[in-house]
Write a protein that binds this ligand. Sequence first.
Ligand SMILES: O=P(O)(O)OC[C@@H](O)[C@@H](O)c1c[nH]c2ccccc12
Length: 262
Amino acid sequence: MNILDTIIEHKRKEVAARKQQTAYKALEATAAFQQPVRLLSASLEQPGSTGIIAEFKRKSPSRGFINKDADVTAITEAYTKYGAAALSVLTDENFFGGAAADLITARKNDIPILRKDFIVDEYQIVEARSFGADIILLIAACLTPAEVERLALFAASLGLETILELHAEAELEHVCDATKIVGINNRDLKTFSVDLERSLKMAEKIPADKIKIAESGIDKIEDILLFRRNGFKGFLIGEYFMRQENPPVAFADFVSRLKKEA
Ligand SMILES: O=P(O)(O)OC[C@@H](O)[C@@H](O)c1c[nH]c2ccccc12
C-alpha cells in the first residue's frame, strides 16, 4: 500500500466517526455557512495578481516536521498582507499536523481559502463550508471520474470552487465541466519525487478554458515565471516559506522580487 492509500483508508474511518459526532444540520447552522464565498478564479484572474496560493503546513509525510510550532494567525495574516492570491490550510491532522481550527483562525483574512485535505465524501465539503473555506481540493488519484464530477457539483451547490488535482496523464479523464480549475501536482504522491517538466508537458493536454495551477516543490521566482509562460495562473507553495526562519519575511521578500521580474 502506498502513502496515498494509507491516508485514504484512514480518512474514510475519520469521516465516518465525525459524522456520528456532528450532524449535517449543526454544520449548516454555523455562521460561516451563511457567509458569501470568495472566488479563487476571480482572484487569480485579477490583473497583477501574484497567483501565489500560500499554504500553511506544519508537517508532511515526505518531509516530517517543517515548522512544528508555526503560528497560524501571524503567518496567514502576513501572507494576505504581502500579496497572496489565496491561502491554503491543511486540515488533515494525522499526516500533515493540520486542524480545522487552523482554517477557522485563517478565515479572519479576507481572501479565498482552500481547505487542503483528502476529500472522499460530501460531508467533508459541508464541513469545509462551515469552517469558512471557499475552495476544496479533489485529488484524481483517489477518486473515480464519476466521484470527481459528483463532489465538484456538490461543492458548487454550496457556492464553493474546486481544484481538481492531477499528477499523471492517465488522470486527464477526470477533467469535466464541473472542474474549471485544474492543479497539476509536481510531486508524485506515491513516490514524492518532484518533476516540473512532467507538469509542463501535461499542461499542454489540459483544455484551454481551464485555469491551471502548479502545485508543490516550487522554491524559485524562475519556477513561477516558467509556469506563467506556459499559461499557469496559480502557484501553490507550502514548504518553501514554512521552512524559513521567518515565513512572513521570506514571503514578503519573494513577492517583492517576483513583482520586479514580472
Ligand atoms: O509544500 P510544497 O512542496 O510547496 O507543496 C504545497 C502543496 O502543493 C502540497 O502540500 C500538496 C499538493 N497536493 C496535496 C494534496 C494533499 C496534501 C498536500 C498537497
